[in-house]
Design a protein around this ligand. Sequence first.
Ligand code: SF4
Length: 629
Amino acid sequence: MPFIPTTQQEMKQRGWSELDVIFVSGDAYLDHPAFGVPLLARWLERHGFRVGIIPQPDWRSREPFMVLGRPRLFFAVSAGAMDSMVAHYTPARKLRHDDAYTPGNRHGARPNRATIIYTSRLKEAYRDVPVVIGGIEASLRRFAHYDFWEDKVRRSILLDAKADLLVYGMGERPLLELAERLRGGELLADIRDVRGTCLIAAKGELAAQPHLGGEGGHAVEIPSFEEVSADKAKFGEGFRLASLEQNPFCARIVLQSHAGRMLVCNPPALPLSEREMDAVYALPFEKAPHPGYREQITAWEQIKTSITSHRGCFGGCAFCAIAMHQGKTIQSRSQASLLAELDALAGKPWFRGSVSDIGGPTANMYGLSCGNPAAMKVCRRESCIFPGICKNLLTSDKRAVSLLRAARSRNGIRNVAVSSGVRYDLLEQQSGYFSELVGHHVSGLLKVAPEHLAEHVTTVMRKPGRKSFETFLRRFRAENDRIGKRQSLVPYLISGHPGCTLNDMLELALTLRKLGMQVEQVQDFTPTPGTLSTCMYYTGIDPDSGKALHVARSDREKGLQKALLLWHLPDEQRKVQEALRELGREELLAVLTPVSAGAARSGRTAPRPQSPGHKSGADSNSKSKRHLR
Ligand code: SF4
């Protein structure tokens, strides 16, 4: 199927003089289901709409926004696969110089706060054409939210962008319903009840319309923008109340007043069924960047041999936005659909036989679901596995095991890696998947995300604690011994998370050292919009317990926290010494010191302590050892 038109000439090639919906995107156009805008464009196209995409328009004037003319129904705006501020700045608020979603990896192809700027240009160009905003930037900024880059509470992005409607979460259902109703002759101003959308209503309008929370309506009002801006406790309360309304089967409308105007957040869209997921991924994507691009696009290189098996995550980690965006319900594709995609990949002339990933937000959640439909319909738990695994969760790995076995025996497929993260606490109940994974699908390094190991920090993060990690590590090493492989874990860790002190980082560093692990990369916590951790960062309070939390805010403390985990790197020694002096633990200087520059370069995780049968001195992380199958 030809690419979605991006120029008038491409429209003419399809015999079109006018489009129904025009997407404006902050990313380059990569025609692949891993990217929201192409996926939704193909989805609408499948349902008979004429669709175009304007990728990365120059926002300094309105003309680039007019290249495809005026759409019959609406413009759909997305900042891209990432929030534009997250894409542009480091956790230290320094400008990044690259952009994986732009040809040539160049920075500067989209503006800061792209959703707002794009909408403004579109309104200058076509004042009377509706603009619908969506994507992760709009989705996670749908309520009044803390903005780390301005260090203040901002209004709902719907008001700041002056758009007509906001689609949050996964867009297939809301966008299609909207397009169909507009095509049927309804006016956008009259469409107030689409799940997965937010709109602005006048207070008088609410009273007259029960479905918007007026008298007899089904709504919850959270503290207003003015209240959450002035009072951190109110901010926390608002966040908690909104978080409780994420289950599409029982969520109420959430209202939030902004200077007398009401933000109306309709309940989330219902999850897609397996059949619907299969239909989405069977859309006729070209699986290639638009042919107009001459330079390499990093994001494309990263995903071109990966397969998405499912959406959603029921982990509920505090720092993660997936629950507020994709939702907690796992939406899996059928094995037949996934194998068909693998076969198509195997047929590509550039494919060399290696699949870089088969997974989703958490790889070992494929095919899982709640086993108690009645409980699920009223469930307000934000995690199905924290603080313990819910008795209603079906954790059988049967489907996931069958998928991995079938995938690696497919014609044209030499190997299949699982590089999406895995939840190791869940893996304790999935021995079949564990064996398949370690035996066949780890390219020498398995990514896991303990994020921390100090108990009270992992509790704040809603992650499994140290005991669970150590159990997994023992099991991983024993399995490698059993099958005669030398593979390592890549532990993903966060420094500077709310609740984490310098002392906690020291405890983490000493624990990892004891376990024979070194890390080369530590994620400095970034308060991205819309997460529980960001709420804690801003308020200094854990909204679950109401207790005050330590929050590392200064660059100095953040730097010291991070350095403690990187103690084996010579460049970090000055900061490590400073941290140990501050903690009055100078006696550890001799312990947290690089043995030699060579040792410090030995890899992302140190080879585990030698066990019988391993050749001494072998580096399990060297490139030549990465593909051991
Ligand atoms: S009842 Fe348990 S398994 Fe089901 S959705 Fe709620 S927390 Fe998850």
